[in-house]
Design a protein around this ligand. Structure first.
Ligand code: FAD
Length: 321
């Protein structure tokens, strides 16, 4: 038995959310007194691969197949499942990223494994039971699921487990798998980057604006506050529907789900569909001029006040800090 972590790369680098998943997988391997093997697909430099050893991977399997340079859901799922079989891994861990959410059920089918996507804590293994706490109902609730199958797939929610350096360098090995034509029916042809700013799903701090900001011309202060805090910017659905902000910033039930350490909501009412995508944030700060706004019910800190007065003061305070 071993644990396999699929280490997804973004343009040849492993993001913090992946290092969290590697650390999480290492902790599962330790729970089971076994070793951790990482799998990387695509173009990643040898030293970047070996550095996964710092987070607990003993070995890194590197798949350098040209056909797999760009993400192909079905083909990647086949490679990950084949690697798990080759390593005798009965637990596969991946990040619950955009691609991870698509891969987890496909790997589950190929390995006849129970799947816990959106995991937020280490599995509990008591009396032969293997349970995982995960988000449910678009982040509105948590569920504890029991995985009764021999093989298991767990997709970890970003920002829900810390990066732990255990030291060491991993041994890197080439791994090749025969790919099937049927795995390439849908291919990713191009990725158009919409922004060079902090990526929203991975951000530790998110500054988000709603319709209370009145119009796109008032987003300067949101951008400035986000810039000072090293945060990503986000918005409510009506804001992106009105083209005040790009759709890539829309968070909530029908947008991106985020779970940063700090979510600052400015001029957002806190409708249930918005909360669905943000309520697993560690600390929520709400700025709203209406003391009855529903967002205050889930806030850790709230400021009842006009955003146009409060946010400039907040910016000045952060600059003075
Ligand atoms: P509003 O509801 O108009 O609230 C604006 C807030 O700003 C108010 O609370 C007001 O008091 C405050 N405000 C006004 N002026 C100021 C000021 N000067 N200073 C401070 N505060 C001020 N919404 C999402 O966000 N994400 C989703 O994914 C999503 N999915 C949906 C899916 C479905 C099927 C449906 C039906 C709806 C969905 N919605 C979603 C829409 C959701 O129901 C709300 O309509 C939306 O979240 C409201 O956005 P808002 O809070 O920006 O605007």
């Amino acid at each position: 038995m071993s644990v396999l972590i699929y280490a997804e790369n973004a343009e040849g680098k492993f993001k913090k959310s992946i290092l969290e998943a590697v650390s999480y997988a290492k902790a599962i391997a330790d729970q089971n007194n076994t070793n951790l093997v990482a799998l990387s697909i695509g173009d990643v430099a040898a030293d970047e691969l070996a550095a996964l050893g710092k987070y607990g991977a003993e070995k890194v399997l590197n798949v350098g197949n040209d056909k797999l340079k760009n993400f192909v859901n079905q083909a990647y799922a086949s490679v990950i499942a084949e690697a798990a079989k080759a390593q005798g891994a009965d637990i596969v861990v991946l990040s619950n990223s955009f691609s991870g959410r698509g891969l987890a059920p496909r790997i589950g089918v190929k390995l006849e494994a129970g799947v816990a996507d959106g995991a937020v804590a280490l599995p509990e293994q008591n009396g032969g039971k293997f349970t995982v706490k995960k988000t449910a109902f678009s982040g509105k609730a948590f569920a504890v699921v029991e995985l009764t199958s021999a093989n298991k797939v767990i997709a970890l929610t970003p920002n829900s487990y810390k990066v732990v350096e255990t030291g060491g360098t991993a041994q890197v090995e080439d791994f090749s798998v025969e790919t099937k034509e049927s795995d390439f029916k849908q291919m990713l042809k191009d990725i158009v980057r919409s922004t060079d700013k902090v990526s929203l799903p991975d951000a530790e701090i998110v500054v988000s604006g709603g319709r209370g900001l009145k119009g796109p011309e008032n987003w300067g202060m949101i951008e400035e506050l986000a810039g000072l805090l090293g945060a990503a910017t986000a918005c409510s659905k009506p804001v992106s529907d009105a083209d005040w902000r790009p759709h890539s910033e829309h968070v909530g039930q029908t947008g991106i789900a985020v779970s940063p350490n700090l979510y600052v909501a400015i001029g957002i009412s806190g409708a249930i569909q918005h909360l669905a995508g943000v309520s697993s944030s560690k600390v929520i700060v709400v700025i709203n001029k209406d003391a009855e706004a529903p967002f205050f019910k889930v806030a850790d800190y709230g400021i009842v006040g006009d955003a146009f007065e409060v946010v400039p003061k907040l910016i000045a305070a952060v600059k003075d800090y």
